[in-house]
Unconditional design. Structure first.
Length: 332
């Protein structure tokens, strides 16, 4: 494990319309009774892809009672209330592992509220030198320091495990390396979207033989790194053969960057061949997510895959029921 050592002018009308679209798409739904603390979801392993509009928020409950939260949606009162209420419905008082993939608002917007409402065991965060570029993330980071939360930068080789699960960070390269995506981010006075997105870790989770991949907004750079290291067998060396990484026909893939055409590439998908794909996306979003090209790539990789979109299905939960992985959504 790595150690913790210490972002043409348009008319007013267009800006106003865009603001309305973003604000609307960032609002999550109220907790649905089918998912709200349901007994079958409370007693064992489950992965909850929360509907927070155009953003990411994934809650994981492990069978030993520990919890993880990956990202926390775009900043809004409605999203904040939704996430806090949802976690409360599962009697969560502590998030053992809080993972923020990268400093964009649609992934870290409600992080301060999470810290204010729950104890945090450990936080995995991106290495960001100039917090002034990302003010929302900066407020969260300062709150973590004041609360003296145990911190670790998200690096390839990080991870944690329990009796019947393990979670492994497959990327990005450690910040100490010159070709790390962190070097690109922090070496730019005004990093572009690609540089910011590409510090998102690609994370592997295996529990009870079922396998999940989470991607944040990671792009081709991180996907290529994972393909190379997986194909060469390097991950098994890195994780000392204790927890073998198996990316073939994963059970669930969280599609990167809300289904953007610039991520979740064909080569990456040819390795994963996901059985199920989740796109966390807002309704009527300005960006046209998910892109048709991305959906076609998913279909090519596995013709029989199941697509789950939060703008269509609401929140989506994959859970174990008597050892069988099942799925329930707000729409069920």
């Amino acid at each position: 494990m790595s150690k913790f050592n210490k972002r043409k002018s348009v008319s007013f009308a267009v800006i106003f319309i865009f603001a309305l679209i973003v604000a609307f798409s960032g609002c999550g739904k109220s907790v649905n009774n089918a998912l709200d603390g349901a007994e079958v979801l409370s007693t064992g392993f489950s992965v909850h892809y929360l509907d927070v509009g155009q953003g990411d928020c994934i809650f994981i409950k492990f069978s030993d009672g520990k919890t993880a939260l990956i990202d926390c949606g775009a900043q809004s009162k409605r999203n904040q209330e939704y996430i806090v209420d949802y976690l409360n419905s599962y009697s969560v008082d502590k998030i053992d592992y809080f993972i923020l993939t990268h400093p964009d608002n649609d992934h870290v917007g409600n992080a301060k509220a999470i810290i204010d409402n729950f104890d945090i065991g450990k936080a995995f965060v991106p290495f960001v030198m100039n917090l002034n570029l990302f003010p929302v993330y900066g407020v969260f980071y300062d709150a973590l320091i004041k609360k003296e939360v145990s911190l670790d930068y998200s690096d390839m080789g990080d991870g944690f495990s329990g009796e019947d699960y393990f979670m492994a960070f497959l990327s990005p390269l450690p910040k100490e390396l010159a070709d790390s995506s962190y070097s690109i981010l922090n070496g730019a006075t005004a990093p572009n979207d690609t540089a910011v997105n590409n510090v998102s870790p690609i994370i592997y989770l295996e529990s009870n033989g079922y396998r999940f991949v989470f991607t944040g907004d990671a792009g081709a750079t991180q996907e290529d790194l994972v393909i190379e290291n997986y194909s060469s067998g390097y991950y098994n060396i890195l994780f000392e053969n204790k927890n073998k990484i198996n990316l073939d026909k994963v059970d669930f893939l969280k599609v990167s960057h809300h289904g953007s055409r610039d991520a979740t590439g064909a080569e990456f998908l040819s390795v994963l061949k996901p059985k199920n794909a989740v796109v966390s996306v807002g309704g009527n979003n300005f960006y046209g997510h998910p892109a048709t090209e991305t959906l076609l790539r998913l279909k090519t990789a596995n013709e029989n895959y199941n697509l789950y979109r939060t703008d269509v299905k609401g929140s989506i939960v994959a859970y174990l029921d008597d050892g069988i992985l099942k799925t329930i959504t707000d729409a069920d």
